[in-house]
Structure formats: C-alpha cells, structure tokens
Design a binder for this molecule. Sequence first.
Ligand code: APR
Ligand code: PHB
Length: 390
Amino acid sequence: MKTQVGIIGGGPSGLLLSQLLHLQGIDSVVLERQSREYVLGRIRAGVLEHGFAKLMREARCGERMDREGEIHHGFFIAHDGIRQRIDLHALTGGNSVIVYGQTELTRDLYAARDAAGGQVIHNAEDVKPHAIDSRQPYLTYRRGDDIVRVDCDFIIGCDGFHGVSRKAIPKDKLTEFERVYPFGWLGVLSRTRPVSPELIYATHPRGFALCSLRSQVLSRYYIQVPLADSVEQWSDELFWDELKRRLPDDVAAQLMTGASIEKSIAPLRSYVCEPMRWGSLFLAGDAAHIVPPTGARGLNSAASDVYYLYHALVDHYHHGDDRGLDEYSAKALARVWKGQRFSWWMTTLLHRFPDSSAFERRLQDTDLAYLFSSRQAQASLAENYVGLPF
Ligand code: APR
Ligand code: PHB
C-alpha cells in the first residue's frame, strides 16, 4: 500500500488531520489499533476552544457541533460558598467555548472520513513505524497472519500516550518533562438535568469538584479523590453526597441525582516530550503531551498540533516549502507549554494537595481572592480558557 501521509491512531487528532489533508487533495491512511466501537465508547471531556471549532468547520465537520453543541459565554468558580462568574465573552472581546463531547466530535470525524472514502483501518495490530530517519519511511501492521506494509512520505504519531510512535524516537534524543499529581478525578455521567447552565469549578477543603454537562439531559460531574481509591469504593450515593458537600449550598440544593451510566477514575498528570519531530516522524496530541483536565486543554492542544502540521504539510505538497515542517516542533511546543502552564495553574489553584503547608494553602486562598477581585486576573484566565491564538 502507498500513501502520502501515514497516520498512527484514529482518535480526534489522527482523524482531523486526515480529513483536513483530504480536503487539500493530500492522501493519508489511518491505522487504528482498536475497533471503531471501542474508540467511540471512551468517555472524554468536551470543551472546545473557538479556534478548534473553526478548524472543525474548515474540515467540514462542524455542522452537528454547531447544531447540538452549546456555546458557553462563561463559567463559575466556587470557593467558600461564593460563586464567581468568569465572563469569557466580555473578558475576551467576544470569544467563547463550545461544550460538545469528544465522543460526538470523533463520531463526526469518522462520518466525514467515511463520506469521503477515507482509509481508516481498524483493528490494525502491531503497528510499527520504520525508517523514520530516512525520507522513505513506512508503516507495517499485522492483519491476521499477514504483515501489511504502508509506504509513505511522512509518519504522524497520533496514537496517544500509550502508543508506539513516541517510543520509536531514540531515548537519548528525547527529553521528557513530567508532573504526576497526588490525586485523581472520579467522574460520573448521569441522565439528569445539569445543575447549572454553565460549568462550575469548585474548590473546597474536602477537595475539588466540577459540574459539567453533555446536554440539557446528560450531566458530567467530577470530584477529586485520592489516587489509591477505586471505583468500587464509590457507590453512586456516596458520590452524590460528597459532591454536594463540596458545592455552595444553593447549588447543592438544586442538584438532581440519578444512577451513573459511566463512572471512572482518571489520574492527573502533566507530561511533555521534546522534540515533537524525529526525521520523518511527527508527534501530535497525547502522543507528545498530556495535561490534567482542569484547564480543559487536552483536546484543544491536540487540535493546535494538527493545525500546525496540516499547514506545514500543505506547504510541502502544494508549494515545495518545508519551513513549516522544520519549524513544527518548536511552534507546536510553544503553544503546548502555554497550555501546560494554564492547566498546572488551574490544578494548583483548585485542588487540595495532601502535603500542602499552611503557607501554601494561604497562598491558594489569596490567589482565589485576587482572581475574584481582579478583572485583569479574570481576563488572563479567560483568554487562556477560550484558547490562545494558533
Ligand atoms: N497502533 C494504532 N493505534 C493506536 C496505537 C497503536 N500502537 N496506540 C494507540 N492507538 C490509538 C488509540 O486506540 C486511540 O484511538 O490511537 C488513538 C489515540 O487517540 P487519543 O488518545 O484520543 O489521542 P489524540 O487523538 O491525540 O486526542 C487527544 O484525547 O485523551 C484525550 O485528553 C485527551 O482530549 C485529548 C485527546
Ligand atoms: C468535561 O465536560 O468532561 C470537562 C469539562 C471541563 C474540564 C474537564 C472536563 O475542565
């Protein structure tokens, strides 16, 4: 098999890149290890920057997002029983975010690839990149007893944190940066009316909590839990009780509870690997960087990688200009680190660290008091939340 761009991973990064390239007449093949049902069965976040939404429209995949997604002009931070609204729209000169589940977004991308006859190969076992330090790289994967070879000009690693692509870069050529947080997020999805039309990020001596949504009949809630906890320890009843304790009384009184249809614990980690290119291999999304979900940057950082790669590949194929490819790693990392800083700051601001000193807790409270009292501080938060320019 021969193509121009070989993509490992059929998650949002790989599919969005493949679709954008297709619209520019550039051929690609996506190799996905899992089945489509499995990929679409994963519950992930769903706050889209305005730049990402624009890219989805450019990929001609924005119709359902714009129809079913919710435009949010603000969100709340709750602390000490007070809710402070962060007016994204007013503080950023009219920008906002779209709340639309990553699962639905991925479904739209698959539909667009199918409609265009795109090659997305599922259940591709044992995917391996080869000759990445040459100009004739290729991929192989196993289909039953056969090894299938895909010759290409470039390999894009969109295979997430646990993929093969990052591991193909010689260890001594890679620098890794990591912060693992001493807690996780216990998330629940429930067929209940959301407690608030806008998201509420709550900080409380018992720990962080988040009230989010997927629609007006599907709610998503999270509470901070010790890393050692297991889902089995948390009955629905225990979850709702603990969530209520961490919310302002008036919000807790409004909270509609119900049976969880999904419940899972996600560890919190900040991770970046540099560089994001090695020879003919380029990394994008979770394959190169992970953020704690507090800043809602994960998917959006992946989208900015795709934005830079897409333009660099178009410049290469349409204009024979490789500057974008040569600058990709530096450009993508510059924005990735801003997302890392914002996510780390939001996580540090809103969570209770088991080993924090009295001095650190005072600083945390003061950071919140400053944020609640300063329009400039809120504007800085808002511009990061709606998405910094690409
Ligand atoms: N071979 C082929 N496919 C693979 C392999 C492999 N060896 N390893 C992983 N994959 C696939 C996974 O099954 C997954 O479908 O790569 C895909 C990676 O998708 P994501 O993890 O969703 O990563 P990405 O597309 O970069 O999207 C980033 O996803 O996890 C969220 O918070 C994250 O929102 C961010 C977004
Ligand atoms: C979610 O809706 O799942 C969600 C929203 C905002 C976040 C993280 C997760 O910061």
